[in-house]
Design a protein around this ligand. Structure first.
Ligand SMILES: [Zn+2]
Length: 423
């Protein structure tokens, strides 16, 4: 028996409808609003979208269960396309010390390696329970699809263990998209022979990933490791030849530019991009690559990190996405709503641009735009109903949570927590 659900009466229904590619330029500013809008959902998929008066009179809508969204904004679930979800320690001592010393730098490679050695020894069940806690926060704040990276490749067994943990988290209820972040925290004897280590990754680990049933992205964090230049290209090309899609961290450090490598290797996205020059922006604008920006990570380092030149990118025609960049040391936020608020203030994006970058363009950054990122017929019914009457409130308020209900494939998976008054 088919199960139908009607969400009706939305003051603003943000569809984010549009062409098949990521939004650029003027298209990024067009949220596709239907006033007094409705969505008809059947078996978890969107089957009709339009004015309430039309949709609620459809034959299929008459017997449907209903959610009254009167006075509220309805929009697609956020796609958080860049997170480092698996870790054991946040590094609070190190962080407090850096505040007291007014240090503004990034964690060093050695500090990260230390954090990751802890992670390496952490039982899978602890990684799993911690990751669940953060995923629940993400869900409650409106993320319905989340990318998560392994990382640091201390050895193959620990990398594969991370992928298995991510596999267990998928679909409960978020969609989780796994990424193998290779050669990130090389420690021990491998650190002095990074090229030999990478040979091993290309010859043994990547072919194994290519054979897995649950495909993952392959990513590389430029600037964090001793592996450079030709070796990085070989690593990413090997992944591509095995049928794996690739991503690249780029431009997190001055004088570290990898956009050319990303172009050569057919990357789906390049991420961070704080240090990005005019020629690279021009090259990105001519490419299919999505530029994923992470302003909450920059916000986390007072005076220490510059923000990516988003305005120039958008004006030149780059397809820009937003993500939290959630990370044990680099970014403490699980909230795409905060990311939108920061993008408007520090990346000089408009609220409409930030919303499109956090939904449809982020879905393109993880190759899920065929089923997520907009409210269009045939896509999964991943829908947010917000406690606001104008979507720009998402950008205006910072640090709160506007979510009333979250639907994942047409099922209510989160409802605003209740406060008991009058005690
Ligand atoms: Zn990252």
């Amino acid at each position: 028996m088919s199960r139908s659900l009607l969400v009706r009466g939305a003051r603003q229904l943000l569809t984010l409808r549009g062409g098949s590619g990521p939004r650029r330029g003027a298209a990024l500013r067009e949220p596709g609003i239907i006033e007094d809008g409705a969505i008809l959902i059947r078996n978890g998929s969107i089957c009709e979208v339009g004015p309430s008066r039309r949709v609620e009179n459809l034959a299929d809508a008459r017997d449907a269960e209903q959610i009254d969204a009167a006075g509220r904004v309805v929009m697609p679930g956020f796609v958080d396309s860049h997170t480092h979800l698996l870790f054991s320690e946040v590094g609070l001592d190190w962080w407090e010390e850096s505040l007291a010393q007014a240090e503004t730098g990034m964690p060093t490679r050695e500090e990260l390696a230390g954090a990751e050695r802890q992670k390496d020894a952490t039982p899978a069940r602890r990684l799993l329970s911690r990751a669940k806690r953060y995923l629940n926060q993400m869900l409650a704040q409106g993320s319905t699809t989340v990318e998560a990276k392994t990382g640091f490749a201390v050895d193959a067994a620990s990398e594969l263990r991370m992928l298995r943990v991510l596999e267990q988290l998928n679909g409960d209820p978020l969609d989780l998209i796994p990424t193998y972040l290779g050669a990130h925290g090389i420690t021990g004897p491998e650190a002095s022979r990074p090229d030999i280590y990478l040979e091993w990754v290309c010859g043994h680990l990547l072919p194994g990933l290519g054979r897995r049933e649950w495909p993952c992205f392959v990513d590389y964090a430029a600037g964090w490791t001793p592996v450079q230049g030709e070796s990085v290209r070989r690593y990413l090309q090997t992944a591509r030849n095995l049928g794996l899609s690739v991503k690249l961290h780029s431009g997190q450090f001055p004088n570290e530019h990898n956009v050319a490598t990303a172009l050569e290797c057919g990357a789906v996205s390049v991420d961070h991009l704080e240090f990005t020059g005019a020629a690279e922006i021009e090259a990105l604008a001519r490419s299919h690559i999505v530029a994923t920006l992470t302003p909450a990570g920059d916000f986390h380092w007072p005076d220490g990190r510059r923000y990516a030149p988003a305005r120039e990118m958008i004006d030149q025609g780059v397809a820009v996405a937003l993500a939290t960049g959630f990370h044990p040391r680099e970014c403490p936020s699980t909230s795409m709503q905060l990311v939108i608020a920061l993008a408007c203030r520090y990346l000089h994006m408009s609220p409409a641009e930030a919303v499109a970058a956090a939904t449809i363009n982020a879905a393109h950054a993880v190759q899920r735009a065929f089923r997520a990122g907009s409210i269009e017929s045939g896509k999964d019914a991943d829908v947010l109903i917000l406690n606001v009457g104008d979507y720009r409130e998402l950008a205006y308020f910072a640090g709160g949570n506007a979510v009333w209900k979250v639907l994942k494939r047409g099922r209510v998976v989160y409802e605003e927590g209740r406060i008991h008054h009058g005690v």
